[in-house]
Write a new protein. Structure first.
Length: 276
């Protein structure tokens, strides 16, 4: 593979175009990782879904108590690779680029009573039988409807912008909320939001629970799909998630929505708003 993910001039998309390589062939190639690290990352991922406030110190202590003695530096390295952070400040990949502005959190006292008022996005680690990928998704806070999603083997900005443009092709929110990761603070991502005159909201530093609905989505996706199948490659993950998100949006009843599906709530209220 002749792609340089951190090329100073050419984006990954442009490099793929120049050598005639489909972007999916690059993005869906799982990031390689040592099998022993992969097994440990799976345990860290499962526990983080239960305790997103765990930083590397608490995670290392928990693993040791569970019969998996491991030093904190290794846990810290793996959590950084996975893009995880605890609910307290510390080293993690979801840190803003030093030259990127960070925006205030706008949702603290907001009443979210309709679709397309607040959208939110995040990135999560997806374990596979050999290696891993990252999943980025955009969700409507009111209806829990998944508006767009993308897979990547690198934490770059391009796959996040692609998902954003797909979602904006259908509708647009008043407010868009993310964490302070460099992908979301980048000029490409925030510039797209500003172009559409969308207010930008960002979680407080180290406050993993500010984006609670996306965190719940990750837990649901992993326990109902990813952990059950242990997909062998990126194409299998993409195929599986395509079917899962269709099920999630259109067929899976949601207790917080009164037993309705996200699509029923999102599309019905969206249609009523357009009618009035």
């Amino acid at each position: 593979m002749w792609i340089e993910p951190h090329h100073p001039v050419l984006s990954i998309s442009r490099q793929c175009e120049l050598i005639g390589l489909a972007r999916a062939s690059f993005y869906w190639t799982p990031a390689p990782v040592d099998p022993t690290d992969l097994a440990l990352m799976r345990r860290i991922d499962e526990q983080y879904l239960r305790t997103p406030f765990f930083g590397s110190r608490q995670m290392a202590l928990w693993l040791s108590r569970e019969g998996e003695p491991v030093n904190r530096k290794r846990v810290q390295r793996l959590m950084r690779l996975m893009g995880l952070q605890g609910a307290v400040p510390g080293p993690h990949t979801s840190r803003p680029h030093p030259s990127h502005p960070v925006y205030p959190y706008l949702l603290g006292h907001m009443t979210i009573d309709r679709p397309n008022l607040v959208w939110s996005s995040d990135i999560t680690y997806l374990p596979m039988s050999r290696g891993f990928l990252y999943l980025m998704a955009i969700i409507d806070w009111y209806s829990r409807y998944v508006l767009a999603w993308r897979l990547s083997n690198t934490l770059d900005t391009a796959f996040c912008v692609e998902a954003l443009l797909e979602a904006l092709g259908r509708a647009q929110p008043v407010v868009f909320n993310t964490d302070q990761g460099a992908q979301f603070t980048s000029d490409e991502f925030t510039g797209c939001l500003k172009h559409h005159e969308i207010l930008i909201s960002m979680d407080g530093r180290g406050r993993a629970l500010d984006n609670v609905f996306v965190e719940r989505l990750w837990r649901t996706v992993k326990y109902e799909d990813i952990y059950l199948h242990e997909y062998p490659d990126g194409h299998a993950v993409h195929h599986g998630l395509h079917h899962y998100f269709s099920f999630y949006n259109y067929a899976r009843p949601h207790s917080a929505l009164g037993g309705k599906t996200p699509a029923e709530v999102h599309q019905r209220l969206d249609a009523l708003q357009r009618h009035h």
